[in-house]
Design a protein around this ligand. Structure first.
Ligand code: HAM
Length: 426
């Protein structure tokens, strides 16, 4: 019986894992430079956290959650996103007690029973940040600036922010009445899900992927034209700030995003070279979420981006920014069974100079050298039978192809000297 990985999941092999490690390290540097601290929350939570937080009418909650009962019959869900869990942790750990703004970031796997396709997985990884405690439009701007800086420092250029305001529950209620009326007239063209949810959550139509619903969405009245004075002022301040900070942006009145918690600012960041799947991530303000999770009224704003999409974008358009798949610079090649332990011992010493691999495959010297070369190694240390009798090893310069015998105890020195030279020659 052979097993296969589950649909929508991926194995990360060492070459690709190197790209992830590079991204991970770079992204953490950027978050730290904005003074955001890392938060790690569990992979599963009480299902109700997401039902209340993300919204009972969203596709995520209705169709995409991995929900199961544990052995005591409690309903748990693998987290489909990070924000609701961060808010739960913020409240549970009293992180709002000192006042001020809590600036948090996270990197980790999320789970959605999505239809797998290019750039869409069932287990995917997000990086994201949340700033909890400020209602200022400048806090929205810091979050957009942070997201753009994260992406730019990774090497992505020509990014564009698409931005909208979805108002607050007050102005939204009046608009939703209008929208319901407009949708009544479009019943025939809507998908069954939207026909059902348009009654209590008509805004969801804007996020539906069904073609009929998308066509209807083009004809509907826009929330942007029905914002209350405060929400309109907030939005205008955000737009002015984007200009001032020179963050390339465009208003897109159709952005509502797939989660119900947004208030006022909602945005996405696009990378046009990717074509149809150009959204790298998005976010927005969610001033009601802390209260919905049982806390005091607390404004907040955040973003997240899909790591698979970022790496795909980098691999496709900026491969030179990613580390090359090089193996260890030093390779120790024992030529017979009896030399293997000596090879392990010698490798211990050589690792003080640089990463060292030992080839225990038992293949011919030719095959071993070929592998070492392919791995991009700089120096090979060959432990052959003849030399071993004289307590010597052969140190081979893989860049130039020259080699020489050295006494065993002098080998580390010879390797270090060669590494220095060949490192410079490269
Ligand atoms: P989201 O738009 O649902 O927002 O997800 C953010 C990003 O995660 C997407 O733009 C995409 O890059 C990636 N993503 C989502 N689903 C998949 C999938 N099935 N496969 C691969 N990548 C995917 C959120 O999750 C919010 N928590 C963002 C936020 C943070 N808002 C405020 N704070």
């Amino acid at each position: 019986m052979r097993f296969q990985r589950q649909r929508g999941t991926q194995d990360l092999l060492p070459e690709q894992a190197r790209h992830w490690q590079h991204l991970d390290a770079q992204v953490r540097r950027t978050f730290a430079s904005f003074d955001y601290g890392e938060i790690r929350t569990p992979l599963f939570e009480d299902t109700q956290l997401f039902v209340r937080g993300v919204g009972a009418d969203t596709d995520i909650v209705q169709k995409e959650m991995y929900t199961f009962l544990d052995r005591k019959g409690r309903s748990l869900s693998l987290r489909p996103e990070g924000t609701a869990a961060v808010v739960r942790a913020y409240l549970e750990n009293g992180m709002g007690r000192e006042g001020g703004v809590r600036r948090l970031y996270y990197l980790g796997p999320m789970y959605r029973y999505d239809r797998p396709q290019a750039g869409r997985f069932r287990e995917f990884f997000q990086l994201g940040a949340e700033a909890i405690g400020s209602a200022a439009p400048e806090q929205d701007l810091e979050i957009v600036d942070l997201m753009m800086t994260v992406l730019q420092e990774l090497g992505l250029e020509d990014l564009e922010v698409e931005i909208n305001s979805v108002g607050h529950p007050g102005c939204r209620a009046a608009y939703e009445t209008l929208l319901r009326r407009a949708l009544e007239a479009e019943q025939e063209a809507l998908c069954p899900t939207c026909r059902e949810r348009h009654v209590h959550n008509p805004l969801r139509v804007f996020d539906c992927k069904n073609e009929g619903c998308r066509a209807v969405a083009q004809r509907l009245p826009l929330l942007r034209q029905h914002l209350c004075e405060d929400c309109a002022a907030h939005h205008a301040a955000v737009l002015r700030g984007l200009d001032r900070l020179r963050l390339p942006h465009r208003e897109n009145p159709h952005i509502v995003r797939g989660l119900d918690y947004y208030t006022r600012t909602a945005f996405e960041v696009h990378y046009p070279p990717l074509g149809a799947q150009s959204a790298l991530g998005g976010g927005g303000r969610y001033d009601g979420l802390v209260e919905a999770c049982g806390g005091p009224p607390t404004p907040a704003v955040g973003f997240s981006a899909g790591i698979e999409r970022l790496l795909f974008a980098l691999e496709q358009t900026r491969p030179q920014t990613l580390p090359s798949p090089r193996g260890a610079p030093i390779q120790v090649l024992p030529q017979e069974e009896s030399a293997r332990l000596a090879a392990l011992e010698l490798a211990r010493e050589l690792r003080r100079a640089a990463p060292t691999a030992v080839d225990l495959s038992g293949r011919s010297l030719k095959a071993q050298l070929k592998s070492a070369d392919r791995a991009g190694a700089l120096v090979a240390v060959i432990l052959g039978a003849e030399e071993r009798e004289r307590d010597e090893v052969v140190v081979r310069d893989l860049v130039q192809g020259a080699q020489a015998s050295h006494r065993r105890e002098l080998a580390p020195q010879a390797v270090a000297a060669l590494l220095e030279q060949s490192g410079e020659r490269r």
